[in-house]
Design a protein around this ligand. Structure first.
Ligand code: GDP
Length: 270
């Protein structure tokens, strides 16, 4: 996804417009990078709303660090509810519905909810889990931006069928790198090698055992290029005799990370 000032302004306007109708904002971030995948400007829109933060993909994140993040968000933000979340776990969904209903302080018959977040954090998956099988279409309500649909969930919530897409922050190059690790911004083949090298540096520092087990390598006191070689060698990723294929090794590493094969990893600490 490419973002330009025009897109950002449009997304900004759309979210503001939609939020007029919303009781509960459910913000989704990636538990492996909770700050880099969070748009801080969302607080401008949610100060007068009930606000729930889901640290989604918690099943892929380091459980100890996740608990540190929960504590950090509780201490440093006004967000009403902060939850570790796995969008594919039905028990988590049940817990989320309970928390939403707990925030129904005005005892409304139906709470109107909207899911927000940057690309690829799992918004659509969360929406689908809340809707379940029963995809009832309620249709347009007056005052709603044309094309908006409300879905009523089996738990008597009203849910906007399209998520509020927030733009990530790009100013910080480190955040840009983090978002490339998550697949929230596109990379080119050339950049993939640099992105993978930076990821590998982090993994060697924080999760060496996981790397050794998955790729059947020993890290000893190898430098970074040597670790790259060892992974390529272990997987037989050769261009020709004696020359490793760095592009394929980079793609392998990035995909193994995205799919949780390396283990439960958090790339950012409070
Ligand atoms: P969106 O762009 O924010 O709507 O993200 P999607 O809902 O399309 O999800 C992006 C990817 O993350 C998909 O491959 C989902 O299957 C995956 N995903 C979403 N939530 C979770 C989760 O809680 N755990 C895991 N392991 N994968 C998830």
């Amino acid at each position: 996804i490419q973002w330009y000032p025009g897109h950002m302004a449009k997304a900004n306007r759309e979210i503001k417009e939609k939020l007029k109708l919303i009781d509960v904002v459910i913000e989704v971030v990636d538990a492996r990078l909770p700050l880099s995948s969070k748009n801080p400007e969302i607080n401008q829109y949610t100060w007068n709303k009930q606000h729930i933060l889901l640290l989604n993909k918690a099943d892929l994140a380091d459980p100890d660090v996740s608990q540190d993040w929960i504590d950090w968000f509780k201490k440093n933000t006004d967000i009403q509810e902060i939850m570790l979340y796995d969008a594919f776990d039905r028990r988590h969904k049940t817990e989320l519905v309970k928390q939403i209903q707990r925030l129904n302080v005005k005892n409304k018959a139906q709470l109107k909810c909207m899911i927000c977040g940057i690309p690829n954090v799992g918004k659509s998956t969360v929406i689908n889990s809340l809707i379940g099988k029963k995809k009832t279409q309620v249709g347009n309500k007056p005052g709603v931006t044309k094309g908006q649909q409300w879905l009523s969930t089996p738990d008597k919530l009203m849910l906007l069928d399209t998520p509020g897409i927030l733009w990530p922050k790009f100013e910080d190059p480190l955040v840009g790198l983090h978002l490339a690790w998550l697949g929230s911004i596109k990379d080119t083949i050339y950049e993939k090698e640099n992105i993978a090298a930076d990821l590998l540096k982090y993994l060697v520092a924080y999760y060496p055992d996981e790397l050794e087990v998955l790729y059947k390598i020993t890290l000893d006191d190898k430098n970074l290029p040597e670790v790259f070689d060892a992974i390529a060698k272990s997987r037989g990723l050769l261009l020709r005799a004696g020359e490793y294929d760095y592009t394929r090794t980079s793609v392998l590493l990035l995909n193994d990370f995205k799919n949780g094969r390396i283990g439960r990893i958090t790339l950012e600490r409070p």
